[in-house]
Each structure stands twice: as C-alpha cells, then as structure tokens.
Design a binder for this molecule. Structure first.
Ligand SMILES: [Zn+2]
Length: 171
C-alpha cells in the first residue's frame, strides 16, 4: 500500500471520513462489527488481546502488523472505555495503512512483543490539542493525528445514544 501522510487539516479530515465510508458499517454498530469490517476492508486477520501492564508506563496500546494480520494489544488495567478507544485508534492505523514506522521509544518494553517482519505502532498519551498544533512536516505525528481523528468518528458511532429517549435525558 502506498501511504502518503495528509498535508493539511482538510485533507486529514476528508481522509478519515473516506476511511469510515469504506467500512460500510451497519446501522446499529458494535465494536465487533468494526473489527470485522476492518478485517474485510484490509484483508488482514485482526486479533485484540488485553495484556498485563507491569512495564507499560507510557504506552497504552500497540498494534503489531504483518502483511496479512494485525494484533492489537491493550493494557488490561486501563478503564474499559479507554481500552475501547485504544482499540479504535489502533484499528484506525490499520485502516489508513500506516506501517513501516516506529513511534515506540527504542527501549520501550513493548518492543519485546515484536517479531521479525512486524512493524509496531504504539499508543502513548495524547494531548487534547494534539490535532490543532499538528506539524504536518512530521509524518509520525500526522499518522497519529489521522488515527486519532478516525477513531473519534468511530467512537461517536458506537457510543451514540441507542434510543431517542436516552438522548432526551441529556437535553
Ligand atoms: Zn497511534
């Protein structure tokens, strides 16, 4: 896949929306639907595994990618909703075709999970104004912003109120 990083905010947003379209998600979407549709769209087998956290200080998720698979590791001790967002974020990297880059600090214990032929993308702590301050000259940062943008679009779908009545409660 020929990945090219977005050059500006408009392109980043449009591409995230295009990736979302490509998923063809059902109306009443669950996380399992998203995992399945990412597998269909990319032709990769997708596995999600919660892992222990003893030495995961700054990284809360990882995706190990090969040509035909993506293994997503999430930190077991994180709150459910956060693990959930991390899975969406890592799936977004897979969809965008981000690969061949390593955002993981070289000495990070996560590198232990890496085997030959795999590339790793790690999820660290992301600041809320991440996208606003984005330096489009830094490809690694652009990839993080692309994944973050798409995962926000995805979580909005899954976390939307299930019933009109629920929505009414919040005005
Ligand atoms: Zn990431």
């Amino acid at each position: 896949m020929n990945y090219r990083a977005s050059q500006n905010h408009d392109e980043l947003r449009h591409r995230a929306e295009a990736e979302l379209e490509r998923l063809n998600l059902p109306a009443d979407v669950e996380l399992s639907d998203i995992v399945r549709q990412v597998a269909v769209a990319t032709g990769k087998r997708i596995d999600v595994e919660p892992v222990g956290d003893s030495d995961w200080e700054n990284v809360t998720g990882l995706v190990l990618m090969t040509a035909d698979s993506a293994r997503i590791l999430v930190r077991k001790s994180d709150p459910r909703w956060y693990q959930f967002h991390t899975v969406l974020h890592e799936l977004s990297h897979v969809l965008f075709g981000h690969h061949g880059c390593v955002t993981l600090p070289v000495k990070h214990p996560g590198t232990r999970h890496v085997r030959a032929g795999q590339t790793v993308l790690a999820r660290g702590i992301v600041t809320p104004d991440f996208e606003v301050d984005l330096d489009f000259g830094d490809k690694d940062l652009v990839m993080e912003a692309e994944a973050e943008k798409l995962s926000q679009l995805l979580s909005r779908l899954v976390l939307r109120p299930r019933h009109g009545r629920d929505e009414a409660v919040f005005g």
